[in-house]
Design a protein around this ligand. Structure first.
Ligand code: 3PG
Ligand code: MG
Length: 398
C-alpha cells in the first residue's frame, strides 16, 4: 500500500479545504434510502471543523450527461447537515466558476458548503487538467475521502490531487488500513469467501485472490459454473457453461498456489425462484434436471463454518445464495452471523465489501460486528483484483 498523508499532517486552520466525498447514495422519491456513505463522511467534516477549516464538499451523483436537475446534489444538503449535528450546509448551484466562488468565499472557519454535481461538467470524467485547475482555484488544500470512487481517474480524484497539498480523509484512511491489513501482512490462515452470480465478472478477482489466500470458498450462482466444470449436474441453474475451461484453469492455478478451494457439497434447490417456494436440499451429485440451485446446503454451511473457525483473516465478497428471495438467504445469513461471532470473539479479522454483500450483512443485522465493511462497490472489486486505484495512487507521497 502506498504511503499517504492524513488530515493530521496538513495545516488546515482557516484554509479552504476541498473535500472529495462520495455522495453517490441511493435516493428514492427525493429521500436517501441508505445514508451509510454520508454518515462515514461526517467524522472527517467534524475533524476539519474542529481544526477551523472552511470546508468545501464536492461529489459526483449518478451518471448525468451534462447538467440534469434530476441528478442535482441539492437534495443531499439536508441529510449532510443532519449527519454533522444539524450544522448549516451552504449550496453552490455550480461546482466551478463565479457561483462556486461566491459561496466558497463567504465561508467562515468551521463552515461547510456543498458544490453541485461534478459530473455536470464533462471535464470531470475526462480528467481534464483545465477543469481540475478550476476546482483547485476554490481551495488551498485537497482531502480525498471517497475510496468508493477511487477507481475512477476523474479530475476531482486524480488531476486535482496533484495541484494542491493533499491528504486522505478519515474514511479513506480507514478503508486503506483495513484492506492493507487483510492483504499486506495478514494473520494466516487467510480465507476468501466469494459469491455472486457470475464467474465472468470475477475472473481477475479469482486469479488474484488465490495467490493471496490460503483457502477460498465459492458460493452463489458462480459456484454452479465450477460444479458444471467438474461434471456435476446443475439442472436449470444459472451457469456460464462457456466458462467451464476458465473455471478448471482457476482450480488448477489454486492447486499450484496452495490455495484450497471449498465448493458446495450440497444445495438448496427449487423449480422457481419465488419467496416461500417448495425447496429440496440435495447433494451436488443429485441436482434434479428441472431444478435450480438457489443456495448452498447445510453440509456446505457447516464446512465453511469450520474453515472460518480455523482462519484468522477473512475477505468476503458476494452472497452465497439468491439472498434477496427467502428462504435462499439462509446460508448467507448463517455465515454472516458466524463471521460476526468469530470477529467479536477476537478470533477473526473480517473485511467485506460490494453492494450485494453489504445489503446481505445489513439484512443479517451484523454490519457493525465485522472488522470492516467497505461501502465501495467497483473500487472494492478492483482492489480485490490487485489493480492500482487512481485515487489512491494520486495521494501517494513517495
Ligand atoms: C459507486 O457508487 O460505486 C461510486 O460512487 C462510483 O460511481 P460510478 O460507478 O458511477 O463511477
Ligand atoms: Mg458503481
Amino acid at each position: 500500500m502506498p504511503r499517504f498523508r492524513t488530515i493530521d499532517d496538513l495545516d488546515v486552520s482557516g484554509k479552504r479545504v476541498l473535500l472529495r466525498a462520495d455522495l453517490n447514495v441511493p435516493v428514492k422519491d427525493g429521500k436517501v434510502t441508505d445514508a451509510t456513505r454520508i454518515e462515514r463522511l461526517a467524522p472527517t467534516i467534524e475533524a476539519l471543523i474542529q481544526k477551523g477549516a472552511r470546508i468545501v464538499v464536492m461529489s459526483h451523483f449518478g451518471r448525468p450527461k451534462g447538467p440534469d436537475p434530476a441528478q442535482s446534489l441539492r437534495p443531499l444538503v439536508q441529510p449532510l447537515s443532519q449527519a454533522i449535528g444539524g450544522r448549516p450546509v451552504q449550496f453552490a448551484a455550480d461546482c466551478v466558476g463565479p457561483e462556486a466562488e461566491r459561496v466558497v468565499n463567504a465561508l467562515k472557519p468551521g463552515e461547510v458548503a456543498l458544490l453541485e454535481n461534478l459530473r455536470f461538467h464533462p471535464g470531470e470524467e475526462a480528467n481534464d487538467p483545465d477543469f481540475a485547475r478550476q476546482l483547485a482555484a476554490l481551495g488551498d488544500v485537497y482531502v480525498d475521502d471517497a475510496f468508493s470512487a477511487a477507481h475512477r481517474a476523474h479530475a476531482s480524484i486524480e488531476a486535482l490531487a496533484h495541484l494542491l497539498p493533499s491528504a486522505a480523509g478519515k474514511n479513506m484512511q480507514a478503508e486503506l488500513e483495513a484492506l492493507g491489513a487483510a492483504f499486506e501482512s495478514p494473520r494466516h490462515p487467510v480465507m476468501a469467501l466469494i459469491g455472486g452470480a457470475k464467474v465472468s465478472t470475477k475472473l481477475d478477482l479469482l486469479s488474484f485472490i488465490i495467490r493471496k489466500t490460503d483457502l477460498m470458498a465459492i458460493g452463489g450462482a458462480m459456484a454452479n459454473t465450477f460444479l458444471f466444470a467438474k461434471g456435476r449436474p446443475v439442472g436449470r441453474s444459472l451457469c456460464e457453461q462457456d466458462l467451464a475451461d476458465h473455471a478448471r484453469f482457476i482450480l488448477s492455478c489454486a492447486e499450484e498456489d496452495g490455495c484450497d478451494i471449498i465448493l458446495p457439497e450440497d444445495a438448496v434447490t427449487a423449480e422457481k425462484l419465488e419467496p416461500g417456494v417448495l425447496t429440496r436440499t440435495v447433494g451436488v451429485h443429485a441436482v434434479p434436471m428441472n431444478a435450480m440451485i438457489l443456495d448452498i446446503g447445510p453440509q456446505t454451511v457447516a464446512r465453511i463454518s469450520l474453515a472460518l473457525e480455523r482462519s484468522r483473516t477473512l475477505i468476503w465478497n458476494g452472497p452465497l445464495g439468491a439472498f434477496e428471495t427467502p428462504p435462499f438467504d439462509r446460508a448467507t445469513t448463517l455465515i454472516a452471523k458466524k463471521v460476526a461471532e468469530l470477529t467479536q470473539a477476537g478470533q477473526l479479522m473480517s473485511v467485506a465489501g460490494g453492494g450485494d454483500t453489504v445489503a446481505a450483512l445489513a439484512a443479517a443485522g451484523v454490519t457493525d460486528q465485522l472488522s470492516y465493511v467497505s461501502t465501495a462497490g467497483g473500487a472494492f472489486l478492483e482492489w480485490l483484483e490487485g489493480k492500482e486505484l487512481p485515487g489512491v495512487a494520486a495521494l501517494a507521497t513517495a
